[in-house]
Design a protein around this ligand. Structure first.
Ligand code: COA
Length: 169
């Protein structure tokens, strides 16, 4: 399932002039330096640490972390799912600024949602209250707002919108 995309999806991406040769694969510990650099780029000051990622990658039964890699092998995006039978959670998703807007984030999210659909009953996520691009991406995939968490992102103390989507089987 990883790295695959439908013919229609690829044609769609070509029309938008996007990165058709990007592949998705499982994240490994060897990816962490590049992942942490992207954490700084995208999420500072609310970044995850190397220890947090190592712990996540260790929990192979319930975690599913992907990276997106360009034709030169450079990491341009990543995303992670925490999936238990009753509930799954999109833990993180990010695409480096120079590769944004070309369908990579959508591919990462769709791959994780397909995985969640086989494992869980409902998918939850938090998104920064001021992040309209990400909220739009989630709404178009069936997520709806179910609440807010004040000061969820630390240390910036930014509020989160909590969104939920029933799985599809
Ligand atoms: C949010 C993010 C992961 C999306 O990844 P991306 O590769 O840029 O997104 P895509 O090109 O796949 O586009 C996803 C959707 O957003 C829309 N979109 C992308 N950039 C946009 C922009 N600047 N303004 C409006 N819509 C935009 C696309 O049209 C697309 O719509 P669709 O769902 O109908 O196809 C990426 O922008 C990012 O890493 N942002 C910074 C980190 C972040 O906010 N992460 C999410 C935390 S919850």
């Amino acid at each position: 399932m990883h790295g695959q995309s439908s013919g229609a999806h690829e044609a769609d991406e070509r029309q938008r002039g996007s990165l058709v040769s990007v592949i998705l694969r499982d994240m490994t510990r060897a990816d962490l330096p590049a992942v942490l650099a992207m954490e700084e780029e995208l999420f500072a000051p609310d970044t995850w640490t190397a220890a947090m990622y190592r712990d996540e990658l260790h929990r192979t039964d319930s975690r599913h972390y992907l990276v997106a890699v360009d034709e030169a092998g450079a990491l341009i995006g990543y995303a992670g799912l925490i999936a238990y039978p009753e509930e799954a959670h999109i833990a993180t998703i990010g695409v480096t600024a120079t590769a944004q807007g070309q369908g990579v984030g959508a591919r990462l999210l769709d791959t994780l949602l397909a995985e969640a659909d086989t494992r869980s009953q409902v998918v939850l996520l938090e998104v920064r209250a001021d992040n309209e691009v990400a909220q739009g991406l989630y709404r178009r995939r069936g997520f709806t707002e179910i609440g807010r968490r004040r000061g969820y992102y630390q240390p910036s103390n930014t509020d989160a919108v909590v969104m939920s989507r029933e799985v599809r089987r």
